[in-house]
Design a protein. Structure first.
Length: 498
């Protein structure tokens, strides 16, 4: 009798505790599961001419002021600089030659493709290779899409945490498993059904807990390191179908404070594959009317992220020309594209017939990979045509396209005759190498899916692939580029130098 009463009391306590926990978490989910997590930059009553602008390391046309007392750099938007009138030259002057290795007369940009955890790990392995060659300290911009945004954001946020052991462990984390487990929690299932809390919130939570938290502080764009490249994370605006870049300029348009925006949500937006993931929403605070931007995977527009780099390079040149200033990049541009695309392998050759689920999965895989691979090839070809000088004939353009496709490297000229070097570090080229760890290594890479789950063995293969790709195919050209850029950082620049 006494035992039964005791069990009854314990049972009641557990039920009440569970209910209280459920109610508390559900209430929080309703509160934080609003349609947007961005905050306003200026009050709606502030006059337009008096509004401040964003100043973070995520900037398209950033003007870099001299090094401050802490050794960092200060980013000033162009409209701010123009407003200073006579002091503009001081605010936008570059450090003396040799103070900052990025002031070398070259525009150096790295684009990282989409591809889930496959891209995150392959691109990290490639960055370590470029770091070993001494190129990373000269990179001006890092532009990323989808899974590549995990790596780009980590590199631009982390300091000592950016080391092989930590990066390999964290980027191979099972983010998709986290989402599934969170999804199955009763309170989350209810919140997902009755509030704006959605699947992208679950992904952002996993990214925040694993990658974007430091000493209990959630990392935002305000935490970007001054000694790293400018970070440009690409998503797609669901309404317009155009590219949306997480940068000062984009957030100025919607009067939102980028420095306070969680990095986890920007990466989730860049990775929000339609249907599989929910869009990430931004509130437009430029108006009192309730307006929103709905963002999905950046790979819908450009799965390489290279178009943003090309446009930023062109914009810098155009801005300098319009202002009557010397070109900031008289030695031209170096664009390195890290592409995690692979050839499709549905692994159905041993089956006499396939079920409906296998057929759908294989069909989706073929359509998606072929579409993205074709789109990436077209993007690189379009760049060659769009940015070449007017006098270049069609035969030369075709040869440059073939050279890039064949060798993964091409040197062309921009509209003003400056050299532009494009390096395409593509995962599918590993199959072309003569020395591989074992027979079937290429097929093993093809079988790595684009989910946000990856096995330790698959991650290890991707690091091996990056090492092999650089050592056997790209090392001579990358060493030559690194030597040229490194030497230029200690030499004065002159116009039209090549």
């Amino acid at each position: 009798m006494r035992l039964g009463k005791t069990l009854s009391v314990v049972s009641s306590h557990l039920i009440s505790t569970t209910y209280a926990k459920f109610a508390a978490i559900f209430t929080v989910a309703l509160a934080i599961g609003c349609s947007s997590v961005n905050v306003p930059l200026n009050g709606s009553s502030v006059a337009l001419e008096d509004r401040v602008e964003n100043e973070t390391r995520a900037a398209l046309h950033a003007r870099i002021a001299p090094l401050d007392a802490r050794g960092g750099t200060v980013v000033r938007p162009r409209r701010w600089a123009r407003a200073q009138g006579a002091s503009m030259q001081v605010a936008t002057s570059r450090p003396a030659m040799g103070e900052d290795p990025r002031h070398d007369g070259y525009f150096v940009g790295i684009a990282i493709s989409g591809g889930g955890s496959r891209s995150a790990n392959f691109s990290a392995a490639c960055l370590f290779q470029l770091q070993r060659l001494g190129l990373m300290e000269h990179v001006d911009y890092l532009s990323s899409v989808s899974g590549g945004s995990l790596t780009a954001a980590c590199y631009c946020l982390w300091g000592e945490e950016w080391n092989p052991a930590n990066v390999q462990a964290k980027l191979s984390h099972s983010f998709a498993t986290d989402m599934i487990l969170d999804f199955l929690m009763p309170w989350n299932m209810v919140a997902l059904g009755v509030s704006d809390y959605d699947r992208s919130d679950l992904l952002a939570k996993s990214l925040r807990n694993t990658l974007f938290t430091r000493d209990g502080h959630e990392l935002t764009f305000g935490d970007l390191r001054a000694d790293r490249p400018h970070l440009l994370i690409n998503a797609t605006d669901l309404q317009s179908g155009r590219r949306f870049v997480f940068c000062n300029e984009s957030f100025d348009e919607i009067n939102s404070d980028l420095s306070k925006y969680p990095m986890a949500y920007a990466v989730a937006a860049s990775s929000a594959v339609p249907v599989v993931m929910h869009q990430v929403t931004l509130r437009d605070f430029s108006t009192v009317f309730k307006q929103y931007r709905h963002l999905i995977d950046g790979g819908v527009v450009d799965n390489l992220g290279v178009q943003t780099l090309a446009e930023v390079y062109e914009a810098h040149l155009r801005d300098a020309e319009d202002a009557g200033e010397p070109s900031p990049y008289p030695r031209g541009a170096v664009l390195i594209v890290i592409d995690a695309a692979t050839n499709n392998d549905s692994q159905i050759s041993d089956k006499s017939d396939t079920g409906i689920l296998e057929t759908l999965q294989a069909g989706a895989g073929v359509a998606t990979r072929n579409l993205l691979n074709r789109s990436s090839t077209s993007t690189l070809a379009e760049m060659i045509v769009k940015y070449s000088p007017d006098h270049v004939d069609a035969k030369t353009l075709r040869e440059q396209m073939r050279e890039l496709q064949r060798d993964g490297y091409v040197e062309m000229r921009d509209r003003d005759g400056r050299p532009v070097r494009i390096v395409h570090l593509s995962l599918f080229r590993v199959g072309e190498l003569s020395k591989l760890p074992f027979h079937g290594f290429g097929e093993s890479l093809n079988n790595i899916q684009t989910y946000f789950n990856i096995s330790p063995t698959e991650a290890y293969y991707l690091y091996q692939a990056a090492d092999l790709l650089v050592d056997q195919k790209f090392r001579p050209m990358l060493e030559r580029i690194a030597e040229n850029v490194r030497a230029a950082s200690t030499q004065p620049t002159t116009q039209n130098q090549n």
